[in-house]
Design a protein around this ligand. Structure first.
Ligand code: ADP
Length: 248
């Protein structure tokens, strides 16, 4: 059991760009069902870390294991997605001219695409899955609306729903609440918390109030390594963390 019981196990990962160490002996251990928040000042290496997990960037050294025995460093980006790691980037990218329902249908694992939509032939279990995700993301009432007509927050939830259609084990979510109203932020917090357990979630977030509201484990990245880990209150009272944030 190379992953030592963790769902995601990154050990001693380093990567340099033109001699600059963007990730420097990074260690990250994520348990199944966790909702882990990753914070850190600009340039800390958060995006690069996500790129390594999804296979977009190859580290120079270290190891990265997913599940019991999947070596992420030997897999291509599509293979990693196939293995159950889904990523949501900051900006929502939904199909604006399709309905909410069609967006989910088109994202279904093994979807045959628009043809299936036109024929409106779904198996009962596929319909159940779409229904379940519509409930999770709170867009049941909007199922027949064009995605382009949704609010910014609703588009973000729809995109999370599109990832959920593929049954990911691990969801990587990048700053989902940027540009949201307070109400939308609360709803997003509920959504992410409800996903943890059934899924595992890694959230990169700048909004400290939002991270605190989730009341989960927080990892602070700085200069490509872990500076502190713990609850938001614990990491915020850590002298090293205070220094990094005041010095930004
Ligand atoms: P964060 O997401 O925490 O803001 P990044 O992972 O984007 O940090 O960047 C970490 C550091 O690596 C930054 O100094 C950034 O300029 C540098 N960096 C990231 N990607 C590249 C790249 N492709 N080429 C050169 N430098 C990069």
């Amino acid at each position: 059991d190379v992953s030592k019981g963790y769902l995601l196990y990154l050990e001693d990962i380093s990567v340099s760009f033109d001699g600059f160490k963007a990730i420097n002996n990074l260690n990250l251990y994520i348990k199944e069902g966790e909702l882990r928040c990753i914070i850190g000042p600009n340039g800390a290496g958060k995006t690069t870390m996500m790129d390594i997990i999804t296979g977009k960037t190859r580290p120079d050294s270290g190891s990265a294991w997913f599940g019991q025995k999947i070596n992420l460093l030997e897999m291509s980006e599509p293979e990693i997605a196939q293995a159950g790691i889904g990523r949501k980037f900051q900006k929502p990218t939904v199909f604006e001219h399709q309905t909410v329902f069609a967006n989910l249908e088109l994202s279904m694992a093994g979807a045959k695409g628009v043809f299936t939509t036109l024929m409106a032939r779904f198996s009962a279990s596929q319909l159940d899955h779409i229904d379940h995700v519509l409930n999770q993301i709170g867009l049941k009432q909007q199922r027949n609306l064009l995605a382009g007509a949704l609010s910014h927050g609703q588009k973000q939830w729809l995109e999370i729903g599109m990832l959920l259609m593929q049954n990911p084990k691990l969801l990587l979510v990048d700053e989902p609440v940027a540009g949201m109203t307070h109400q939308e932020m609360d709803r997003t917090g509920e959504l992410l918390s409800s996903l943890a357990g059934e899924h595992t979630v890694i959230l990169v977030e700048h909004d400290m109030d939002f991270v605190r509201s989730l009341a989960n484990q927080v990892t602070v990245l700085h200069q490509g390594s872990v500076l502190a880990e713990g609850t938001m209150d614990q990491v915020q009272s850590d002298k090293k963390v205070v220094q990094v944030y005041l010095g930004e």
